[in-house]
Design a protein. Structure first.
Length: 231
């Protein structure tokens, strides 16, 4: 037991020492993706076996997201409980389509477009119902939707500069899904939110803007280190 604890402390110390201190609070939930994928791998094998394609999974997740988002605009607030449930399932489906593409030969040019565009559309649709929940506003929710789309575009543009697709935080797609799931549960159980809660949406927008900056900086640094940065 002592040896195990020593190894654990050593690993934690190494992580802290090799991670800039100002980045520790900004680690993205995306970093947990690899562990999540290992749990889904048997299901992915089964989907491949029954001839379900990555593009079908991607498109289906987008259709459900858009339908759910628009339906919740006029639905009873108690049904906002569906948002965290679907956010989790959608995250699983996003991992599934990626694994089908990489591990089972489902990669395609169309799939690359679908993967990026449907994510932005789905995010916008799922955030939209909150614009109808006081004290959130069209302005704050719109700012989050705009910043979210821009942050994903920034991650993709990194590839054009010679870097990899950037998923840096602190407010990446998975992080936003977590935050909006908590907000949805708050709406369900409290119904009437305090006025100061409106500032939380602006905070999400601000952190998403910081994410854009982090992705640009990380992409430029990676491109410079690889020597492939365009002139």
């Amino acid at each position: 037991m002592t040896a195990y604890r020593t190894r654990s402390y050593s690993a934690l110390s190494s992580f802290i020492l090799h991670t800039p201190y100002f980045l520790l609070p900004f680690m993205s939930i995306y970093a947990l993706k690899s562990r999540f994928q290992s749990l889904l791998r048997p299901f992915v094998r089964w989907l491949h076996h029954v001839a379900v394609t990555a593009n079908q999974v991607t498109f289906t997740a987008c259709v459900i997201s858009v339908a759910l988002g628009f339906w919740l605009i006029n639905a009873p607030r108690a049904l906002f409980v569906l948002i965290p449930i679907w956010m989790f399932l959608r995250m699983a489906l996003n991992a599934v389509d990626g694994m089908l593409a990489r591990e089972f030969g489902h990669k395609s040019a169309l799939g690359a477009y679908l993967n990026e565009l449907t994510d932005v559309v789905s995010d916008a649709a799922l955030y939209l119902p909150f614009a109808f929940v006081p004290p959130f506003s069209w302005q704050s929710v719109g700012a989050v939707i705009f910043a979210s789309a821009l942050s994903e575009m920034t991650g993709v543009v990194a590839v054009m500069t010679g870097a990899s697709r950037r998923y840096d935080g602190p407010m990446g797609k998975s992080d936003r899904a977590f935050v909006f799931s908590l907000l949805a549960l708050w709406v369900v159980f409290q119904r009437t939110l305090p006025e100061w809660a409106g500032w939380l949406m602006w905070a999400v927008a601000l952190l998403t803007a910081l994410t854009i900056v982090n992705r640009i900086r990380a992409g430029l640094r990676e491109a410079a280190e690889s020597g492939t940065s365009p002139e």
